[in-house]
Write a protein that binds this ligand. Structure first.
Ligand SMILES: C[S@@+](CC[C@H](N)C(=O)[O-])C[C@H]1O[C@@H](n2cnc3c(N)ncnc32)[C@H](O)[C@@H]1O
Length: 171
C-alpha cells in the first residue's frame, strides 16, 4: 500500500516536496500535477511577474505552485471548476495518447508558435502509478476512482502511457 509520505520525493522533485500531499490529493484533477509542472518548468523561462493565462487550471494547486515558486502572475480559469471551488489563495503537461513528436507537429503546423521542447516525462507512468496508489489508499471513493487506473498502468507497464511535456514560444 502506498503511504502519503511516498509522495514526498525531495531527491527528484525538490520544489513539489514542500507541499502537503493531502492538500494536493484534495485538489486532484489529474495525476501528480506538481511533479509534471516542476519537470516542465525546467524548460520555461519563469521569472517574478511572468504573466500566465492558465486555461484548465483545475482546483488551483498548480497555479499556487507557479505563483509561490516562481513569482508568476497567474490568471486561472477552468471550464468545470467554479472559482469558489478552486483553492482560495489563487494568486502548465497532458496525457500522451500521442508521442511528443506528434504534439510538436500539431503545434508547429499552426504557424503560431515555435516549439521549444517536446518530450515524454522520464518514467512518467511510474509517477502516475504512485499517485494513483496513494489516491486509492485514501478510502472507498479514492479506491473506486483509482483502481481502474492502477490496473491500466500496470498492464501497460510504460509501453504507451506517459505524459508529453511541450513548451512553445509565440511568434
Ligand atoms: C486534467 S485536468 C488538470 C487540471 C490542472 N491543470 C491540474 O494540473 O491540476 C484538466 C482541466 O481542464 C479543464 N478544461 C477542459 N477543457 C477546458 C476548456 N476548454 N477551457 C477551460 N478549461 C477546460 C477541465 O475542467 C479540467 O479541470
Amino acid at each position: 500500500m502506498t503511504d502519503l509520505s511516498d509522495l514526498v520525493r525531495p531527491g527528484r522533485y525538490p520544489l513539489s516536496s514542500r507541499y502537503d500531499p493531502t492538500w494536493l490529493l484534495d485538489l486532484d484533477r489529474g495525476p501528480n500535477p506538481l511533479w509534471l509542472l516542476e519537470d516542465l518548468a525546467g524548460t520555461l523561462e519563469l521569472r517574478p511577474g511572468t504573466r500566465i493565462p492558465y486555461l484548465g487550471s483545475g482546483k488551483g494547486a498548480t497555479s499556487v505552485f507557479l505563483a509561490r515558486e516562481f513569482g508568476a502572475e497567474v490568471v486561472a480559469a477552468d471550464w468545470w471548476i467554479a472559482s469558489e471551488d478552486a483553492t482560495a489563495d489563487f494568486v502548465e503537461a497532458a496525457i500522451a495518447w500521442h508521442a511528443a513528436g506528434w504534439w510538436r507537429f500539431l503545434w508547429e503546423v499552426t504557424e503560431l508558435v515555435e516549439v521549444t521542447s517536446a518530450r515524454l516525462g522520464a518514467d512518467a507512468w511510474e509517477d502516475w502509478l504512485l499517485w494513483a496508489r496513494a489516491g486509492a489508499a485514501r478510502g472507498p471513493e479514492g479506491a473506486r476512482a483509482n483502481e481502474p487506473v492502477i490496473e491500466m498502468l500496470t498492464a501497460d507497464a510504460g509501453e504507451f502511457l506517459s505524459f508529453a511535456l511541450i513548451t512553445a514560444r509565440k511568434h
